[in-house]
Design a protein around this ligand. Structure first.
Ligand code: BDR
Ligand code: CA
Length: 322
């Protein structure tokens, strides 16, 4: 079983990812850490507590960073995930739950020390919590088993600027720290997440199947998210990208992806701010090797989209809701 800490800014596709992880029998989510991104960090924490508690799971939630490392903080847009991050839910049931007394970075370090070499960190928001945890514990890359990111774009255009993906754009300095830290690192970015479209009908069927507040919540959120994506990509039908859920799909079914390894750096200023650049091994860089001293990242470049959709459907339709 994969022991996972889930670093997230829920967020509609974050909610999808969380429920996929909770539903999957090979994944054990031992903690959730929150960050600003799709919403403020306070709202992200509220949502993480809500989504887990309504699904019947009392997983610890530790609140993390509320601003980027260096760039000026911005206001999260409300037209993609809704002002509340879950597509403006009309109401919420009483679900309880309270955040941990530790910060996200402290929580990550504490758990990594308790379970050396065992924890997979799946991060699907801006990367400040991981950056801060690295500063607290420079040995963290050795203490974690691996890190899987939904972040970045190599050949695919960005979704915030022509070159920047949102999670990297939101904190490029933290992202660059994470890409150069030296852990076993996998990047699941727009090169693959833009290949997997999930139709809102699919979530409607899941909600009918489960008849459970957790699935109703996800369905409502996905309807809002799909309104946005269908407005910018009318050809996709009423649906959305699965972005964050693909980080978990990679974890449990890496054979569905083609990866390429290379050194990745992030532009932290100027017109390309937030761009992830990769030195593909096949290209010899004559100037003594671009960033030759930096570690490599395993980057997902292609995906079997149909197989992903099938797996997501099977896992979410399984009997997992308490
Ligand atoms: C990423 O940005 C966020 O809006 C999504 O939750 C996902 O993590 C996609 O670029
Ligand atoms: Ca996210």
């Amino acid at each position: 079983k994969h022991k996972v800490i889930f670093d997230t800014d829920p967020g509609v596709d974050d909610a999808m990812a969380l429920y996929f992880a909770l539903a999957h029998t090979d994944i054990d989510v031992i903690g959730i850490t929150t960050t600003f991104g799709n919403v403020t960090v306070e709202q992200a924490t509220t949502n993480a507590l809500y989504l887990t508690r309504i699904a019947g799971r009392a997983i610890p939630v530790a609140q993390g960073v509320n601003v980027p490392f260096a760039k000026a903080p911005g206001t999260p847009p409300d037209f993609i995930h809704g002002a509340d991050g879950l597509g403006n839910l009309p109401s919420r049931i009483e679900a309880g739950g309270q955040a941990e007394p530790l910060s996200a970075a402290e929580f990550i370090v504490k758990m990594a020390r308790q379970h050396p070499g065992e924890i997979t960190l799946v991060a699907v928001g801006p990367l400040g919590n991981l950056g801060l945890a690295l500063k607290l514990e420079p040995q963290l890359p050795k203490l974690l088993k691996q890190v899987v990111l939904m972040a970045g774009a190599v050949d695919e255009p960005g979704n915030v600027s022509p070159v920047a993906e949102a999670n990297v754009w939101n904190d490029p300095d933290a992202a660059d720290l994470v890409f150069t830290a030296g852990w076993d690192l996998t990047m699941v970015g727009l090169d693959v997440t833009h290949r997997v479209v999930l139709l809102s009908k699919f979530f409607e069927r899941l909600a009918q199947h489960h008849k459970h507040v957790a699935m109703d919540t996800l369905h409502h959120a996905v309807m809002f998210y799909s309104d946005f994506y269908s407005s910018i990509r009318p050809d996709m039908g009423h649906g959305c990208y699965g972005h964050d859920v693909l980080a978990f799909v990679w974890l449990v079914a890496p054979e569905l992806f083609k990866t390429q390894s290379g050194r990745v750096r992030v532009a932290t200023e100027g017109i390309a701010n937030g761009q992830t650049m990769m030195a593909k091994l096949a290209i010899p860089y004559p100037q003594a090797g671009w960033e030759a001293d930096k570690p490599e990242t395993r980057v997902c470049m292609e995906v079997d989209a149909a197989a992903c959709e099938k797996l997501i459907a099977e896992v979410l339709a399984s009997d997992w809701l308490l």
